[in-house]
Design a protein around this ligand. Structure first.
Ligand code: KIV
Length: 275
């Protein structure tokens, strides 16, 4: 059965954990779907792990639509959430609604996600009023990396913790159906989770969030540019890929691949006529 934003609400009510992972292509989306993952986030981490940028700032609407649509074709049951990229919603409420609409129409998202708290509530309300489910993203919000001055844990002081809680309450009031909490101390994330009716999805925010999300290349050990403390590697697929690529190279060079069983046949008479 297709998962929707109601799945998030029901899971929170029943105290069942929500599972989310990122994907950026059809094949990976199918695998996540088959594994029963509840939601697939087409994150703008696309910029880092697929496109090779050092941050998410350069990611465009076209990038998100292109990859989002591929994921949507592979996800039969999981809810597909597509990130709104940097400057697709910050400048105006109008931009936010138009661009969220494009992610739904052209990217075939089931919901969109944007970064920020009270300052983006007008956008969250307008997008929600247009019939588009919105998830918010608080804590370490990578699109603001230049304002933060680096990737750091957020909400550690009394003032910052209070601001995070108020932002979470504000985005809920504005209509968000869920909030991603990134790099937030576990005890603060637990308080926010308790105080909100909407689901919290943690990444580096401890086990008390209503759900968890990771970037799939991180949890499979495929991306080694940097590995944050909150990543657990559930596989070492990067090493397996490197080994398989090297085996392929060796077999091609040695002439042991392809073998007969990988080869198409033709009658000898047909070939003889060519001489
Ligand atoms: O872009 C992304 O992948 C994200 C996750 C890190 C939550 O926003």
């Amino acid at each position: 059965m297709k998962k929707t934003v109601s799945t998030f609400r029901e899971a929170k009510e029943k105290g069942e954990k929500i599972t989310m992972l990122t994907a950026y292509d059809y094949t990976t989306a199918k695998l996540l779907d088959q594994a029963g993952i509840d939601a697939i986030l087409v994150g703008d981490s696309l910029g880092n792990v697929v496109l090779g940028y050092e941050d998410t700032i350069s990611v465009t609407m076209e990038d998100m639509i292109h990859h989002g649509a591929a994921v949507a074709r592979g996800a039969k049951e999981a809810l597909v959430i597509i990130d709104m990229p940097f400057m697709s919603y910050q400048a105006s409420v109008y931009d936010a609604v138009v661009n969220a609409g494009r992610l739904m129409k052209e990217g075939r998202a089931g919901a969109v996600k944007l970064e920020g708290g009270a300052s983006v509530c007008p956008q969250i309300k307008a997008i929600t009023d247009a019939g588009i489910p919105v998830a918010a993203h608080l804590g370490l919000t990578p699109q603001s990396i230049n304002a933060f001055g680096g990737y750091k844990v957020q909400g550690k002081t009394e003032q910052a913790a209070e601001k995070l809680l108020q932002d979470a309450l504000a985005i809920q009031e504005a209509g968000a159906f869920a909030v991603v909490l990134e790099c937030v101390p576990a005890k603060l994330a637990a308080v926010i989770t308790e105080k909100l009716d909407i689901a919290t999805i943690g990444i580096g925010a401890g086990k008390d969030c209503d759900g968890q999300v990771l970037v799939y290349q991180d949890m499979l050990g495929m991306f080694s540019d940097y590995v944050p403390k909150f990543v657990k590697q559930f596989g070492n697929i990067g090493e397996q890929m490197r080994q398989a690529f090297a085996d392929y190279k060796n077999e091609v060079c040695a002439g042991t691949f392809p073998e007969d069983k990988h080869t198409y046949r033709i009658a000898d008479e047909v070939i003889e006529k060519l001489y």
